[in-house]
Design a binder for this molecule. Structure first.
Ligand SMILES: C[S@@+](CC[C@H](N)C(=O)[O-])C[C@H]1O[C@@H](n2cnc3c(N)ncnc32)[C@H](O)[C@@H]1O
Length: 410
């Protein structure tokens, strides 16, 4: 069997019986793909890992709690033999051979009639990598090739630009908090396909340097017009470029819909009849505290977290935040755009009942090389911000969670 290469094929298993023998780690790893393929999976095993058991409880597979018995493979189209009992595995693969059922064996690939390739998926394509024959079997090698191909497809480096199926219109992409590794796979792929990128000041600016020279990068902060025209000017730029048939990415910091004006842009595009794809991003409101060792919730400490904008002071009539009510909450308060107003905010929280000793952390330029954390309390934060020269962008965390992790002040 080892002398000829394996013949690659895609099995269409929808509604077809697949028998899995053994409910251990191998089954746990293989079952999700069999379920996703729509197979009628019957597991035969005296025991199973909790994850496999959960699949049975959820009705995704049927589970017969007993050891393998002769005849189990009679009505199978495909079998996965993965028990810890070599004798049972040998008997089952002999039965599979008799019934002409293709079978994978986890304990002895040489004796199996089928091999599971290393697989990965990207936008409608399944990549499956097999070694040519048994002598060259090295699962790490096939997995590494799979990873390289899938990564190349995802970031657009593997497919020549003219072969790509481009997403029409504008993609509003949440770029995450700043570290270029913290954008989503989909966001990164759309960026690789873009002709025009309109980027904010915050977000993964380093990714812009990787774009090929033909890509037009527009700095949203530098779009002309007065302050109040800026958003309209950005909307117009998006619409104009999309109308020219270009693939446009609007790259935003964090998530487009968390204080990101993403919906205003989506609405403007809808009014102009331009298709819009929204790609969520990792919001700084959770990730920046996390990067500085602060969980926004912690068992026994905080059962809620509230994210608020601090861009207008509590006594400003334009404020939509009910600060007195927030002061009565005991959980975590995460304040974005609040560095300038933190003195007034802290005063208001204390005036309405929050303890002046409540810990506060300010995390500046989180997830970037310049990340910096400064700790204070509600009583001291106003003077600390000045003394330590904390500057935007910073996420401010108020609450006992500030003290739960290993931390230090920077
Ligand atoms: C206009 S809001 C946009 C928020 C963004 N859409 C998000 O989901 O993270 C900008 C504010 O987000 C916070 N912010 C964003 N990125 C940050 C980072 N890397 N470090 C600290 N704060 C950040 C700051 O409070 C900043 O003033």
């Amino acid at each position: 069997m080892a002398e000829h290469p394996a013949y690659p094929v895609g099995l269409r298993l929808t509604g077809r019986r697949v028998v899995v023998l053994g409910g251990g780690q191998v089954a746990q790893r293989r079952l999700p793909a069999l379920i996703a393929a729509g197979a009628d999976v019957r597991l035969v095993s005296p025991d199973a890992t909790p994850s496999v058991e959960a699949m049975a409880d959820a009705g995704e597979i049927t589970w017969e709690r007993r050891p393998y018995a002769e005849g189990d493979l009679a009505d199978a189209w495909y079998a996965l033999i993965a028990t810890s009992d070599t004798e049972a595995n040998t008997a089952a693969s002999a039965e599979a051979e008799r019934h002409r059922v293709w079978c994978v064996r986890s304990d002895d690939a040489d004796r199996a009639t089928a091999w599971t390739p290393a697989t990965g998926h990207s936008e409608g394509v399944t990549v499956a990598v097999l070694t040519t024959d048994a002598r060259h079997r090295d699962p790490r090698h096939t997995a590494a090739i799979r990873d390289a191909v899938v990564e190349g497809l995802r970031d657009g480096t593997l497919v020549a630009p003219h072969r790509r199926t481009r997403t029409p219109g504008v993609a509003l992409v949440g770029g995450g908090p700043g570290d270029p590794d913290l954008i989503t796979v989909r966001g990164r792929r759309l960026l690789a396909e873009a002709d025009v990128v309109i980027a904010d000041r915050l977000g993964p600016r380093d990714l812009l340097a990787e774009l090929p020279p033909h890509v037009e990068v527009i700095d949203a902060a530098k779009i002309p017009y007065g302050r109040f025209m800026a958003q309209e000017a950005i909307n117009n730029a998006l619409i104009e470029h999309a109308k020219q048939g270009k693939a446009v990415v609007r790259l935003k910091g964090g998530d487009p819909f968390v204080f990101g004006r993403g919906m205003e842009e989506a609405q403007a595009l809808a009014e102009a009849g331009i298709p819009c794809t929204v790609v969520p991003g990792i919001s700084s409101s959770i990730s920046v505290p996390g990067a500085a060792g602060i969980p926004v919730t912690h068992r026994g400490v905080a059962h809620e977290f509230t994210v608020v904008s601090g861009h207008v002071a509590p006594d400003d009539e334009r404020s939509l935040v009910d600060w007195p009510s927030l002061a009565k909450l005991t959980g975590t308060l995460v304040i974005l755009m609040g560095v300038d107003k933190i003195g007034r905010i802290a005063e208001t929280l204390v005036a309405h009942g929050r303890s002046p000793e409540t810990p506060v952390a300010l995390v500046q330029e989180g997830t970037t090389a310049a990340q910096r954390r400064v700790d204070a309390t509600l009583a001291t934060v106003a003077e600390t911000v000045v003394a330590r020269e904390v500057r935007p962008p910073a996420v401010i965390v108020v609450g006992e969670v500030v003290g739960v992790g290993p931390h230090g002040t920077a």
